[in-house]
Design a protein. Structure first.
Lengths: 124, 503
């Protein structure tokens, strides 16, 4: 691929920058000026006073579950190429089943480990 | 699509060729299963399984070392290729891992930490190191390197309730990730350059060491190749703790649990050096105009920096860490000699690594026994009057430190001698001079440590204010046997070298 083929991408990037700059400049020129005060600086919650800090703390359990999800998700990504090529490999006599079974076995062991170590229990 | 290629690749999938690595993984999985399914009253079995399983594997490996090892050629589609050093390095990593597990037993029970994960991670990391030193493809190299490094992130911060350990873990995580990124960037540049069809000898399999070596030999002046090679070497230098990438070493060595410090000092460094040797002799062989001056400069400043900064340290773990930097410098001298083309150099490096293993584990064995609950704060003062109170430990310490310093007739002396002979054959006189100056400096701090243990200092005014450290109890029979064995091997390796590596 030649560099010229990427010209549309370049134009799009330039366009995005120009539009953003135009909006900012236009609002600066035409917009009304007001002195900043507490009300205008605070987060707008339907006219109510804000109730909590804008960065709430998540429970660490959330991260554990999220991490486990990502782990298994990525492990599934490893399976997809195998699924796509499995039939062809079989037709030329390459047995790819046992390695993948081993892989799945180790995964299952990991899952059992998580359950035994109470990694999946929400109420703790 | 052409499936013949797949068939050819599948024919090279000889699982039996990597049986030691598979056994390590098997032992690891067995430990995991035992941890899950044994009742908690029988959990004491787990370290036994881990240690004796590895000892059995080690016995088989050592018996196999004597036999002539045929080079199997590239396996797994060029991912792995076992070289002449592979059997020795396999035994090295299994031995080191066994000793780390052994030191972990008493350490973990004192610190009251979860047990089985420690053995599990140690075993998996060692298995990954065994694959790392055989990898002949940058993909395999990077994957096994990451397995090692990620295992180490956990192991370094294993002592979760100690802020030192957590700090060490964080520093190791950030700097390790940075070094992996540098290494990966270098690999990418090499990959891009080698698959450019406009250049001579370009290849479609540009991650493979052999294909890459051919390409680099054809176009050694290509700037992308030079930058890529320098970045890859920098990434590896991070792992072995060579100056100017040594910044993480003292803090991580101090904060990590003592068995993990030993693991880092011995196995991790050895793996880094084997990778460096594979690269310098393999794909970067044609770049000796670049690698020799670069690694020489790194070696000189590494030796001097490590030794000079270790002089002022009072914490023994920092002393070991900084002197480990100096040892990395001596080993780099061997790597430079290898890049010049001295046939002795790789064997000198391997002998040195083995000598370093035995001596280091002797010293670490003493350290683990003497450490209190606060593992990070092991000052040299703790060793006061050790010879009076526990003469056996003091003797082990003396021989271990003597070997690290390179005192004849111990193994460390022969290791240094072999490296210096290799450097002399390669006519690297500047490096040789720097190394000898470094050795002379190192005697000061090793012997300062020993003096603390053996000689009673005259009482100075103000000494009463210093706290006196409680001495732990007597040494158990197993610990005595293990340390005694390490010491005996250190002495024997100094006296009889013939027969260990077949001359």
């Amino acid at each position: 691929m030649e560099l010229v083929d990427y010209l549309p991408v370049m134009i799009q990037l330039l366009l995005a920058a120009v539009i953003a700059a135009a909006i900012l400049i236009a609002s600066h020129i035409f917009g009304q000026r007001a002195r900043g005060n507490y009300a205008s600086d605070s987060a707008y919650e339907c006219g109510m006073l804000e109730e909590s800090k804008p960065h709430p703390k998540f429970s660490v359990k959330f991260y554990v579950v999220a991490m486990l999800f990502i782990l298994f998700d990525i492990e599934m990504v490893f399976m997809i190429p195998w699924v796509l090529i499995y039939r062809e490999l079989l037709s030329v006599g390459i047995l790819s089943v046992w390695p993948i079974f081993f892989f799945l076995g180790v995964l299952t062991l990991g899952l059992v480990y998580e359950m035994k170590k109470k990694g999946l229990e929400w109420e703790r | 699509m052409n499936y013949n290629g797949f068939q050819e690749l599948a024919a090279t999938n000889q699982w039996s060729a990597i049986w030691p690595e598979l056994s390590m993984a098997g032992i690891g999985l067995l430990v995991l299963c035992l941890d899950l399914f044994l009742p908690s009253s029988r959990k004491r079995l787990i370290p036994l399984v881990a240690i004796f399983g590895q000892l059995a594997l080690l016995a088989v490996l050592v018996m196999g070392c004597g036999c002539a090892t045929e080079s199997t050629g590239p396996l797994f589609g060029g991912m792995i290729e076992s070289g002449p050093y592979t059997p020795y390095m396999r035994a090295f990593f299994v031995l080191s891992s066994t000793l780390v597990c052994y030191l972990g037993v008493s350490y973990l029970s004192r610190q009251n930490l979860p047990r089985s994960e420690f053995y599990l991670l140690t075993i998996f990391v060692s298995g990954a190191m065994m694959l790392l030193v055989q990898s002949s493809n940058f993909v395999m190299l990077f994957v096994s390197l990451e397995t090692v490094t990620i295992g180490f992130y956990v192991l370094v911060s294993y002592c979760r309730y100690s802020p030192f350990s957590l700090e060490a873990g964080l520093k190791y995580l950030i700097l390790g990730a940075l070094s992996s990124a540098i290494l990966l960037f270098g690999i990418v540049l090499l990959y891009g350059a080698a698959s450019n069809p406009a250049l001579a000898q370009s290849t479609t399999d540009s991650m493979n060491f052999a294909a890459l070596g051919k390409f680099i030999a054809a176009t050694p002046e290509e700037p992308l190749v030079l930058v890529g090679a320098v970045l890859v070497l920098c990434g590896i230098c991070f792992k072995i703790g060579a100056v100017p990438f040594q910044i993480w070493v003292p803090d991580v060595y101090q904060g990590a649990p003592t068995p993990v410090t030993a693991f880092l000092a011995v196995s991790s460094k050895a793996a880094g050096f084997l990778v460096l040797m594979n690269l310098v002799a393999g794909p970067f062989a044609a770049l000796s105009k670049l690698t020799v001056p670069l690694l020489s400069a790194i070696a000189i400043i590494t030796i001097l920096f490590g030794n000079i900064t270790a002089l002022g340290q009072r914490n023994v773990k920092r002393v070991i860490g900084l002197s480990g930097i100096a040892h990395a410098g001596y080993l780099l001298v061997g790597v430079v000699a290898m890049a010049v083309g001295v046939a002795l150099a790789p064997w000198a490096i391997i002998f040195y690594l083995f000598a370093y293993l035995f001596a280091s584990f002797a010293v670490f064995g003493v350290m683990v026994h003497l450490a209190g609950v606060e593992d990070e704060i092991q000052e040299i003062d703790h060793y006061q009057k050790l010879a009076e109170r526990q003469p056996f430990l003091a003797g082990v310490l003396a021989i271990g430190l003597g070997s690290l310093a390179g005192i004849p007739p111990l193994a460390g002396f022969i290791g240094k001698l072999l490296l210096f002979i290799a450097a002399f054959q390669a006519e690297l006189y500047t490096l040789l001079g720097a190394a000898i100056i470094g050795v002379v400096i190192s005697v000061y701090y090793y012997f300062g440590w020993m003096r603390e243990a053996f000689f009673i200092k005259p009482a100075l005014p103000g000494d009463e204010a210093r706290p006196s450290y409680p001495m732990p109890g007597a040494v158990g029979i197993i610990h005595k046997l293990t340390l005694g064995l390490l010491v005996v091997i250190t002495v024997l390796m100094g006296l009889f070298q013939r027969g260990i590596f077949g001359g």
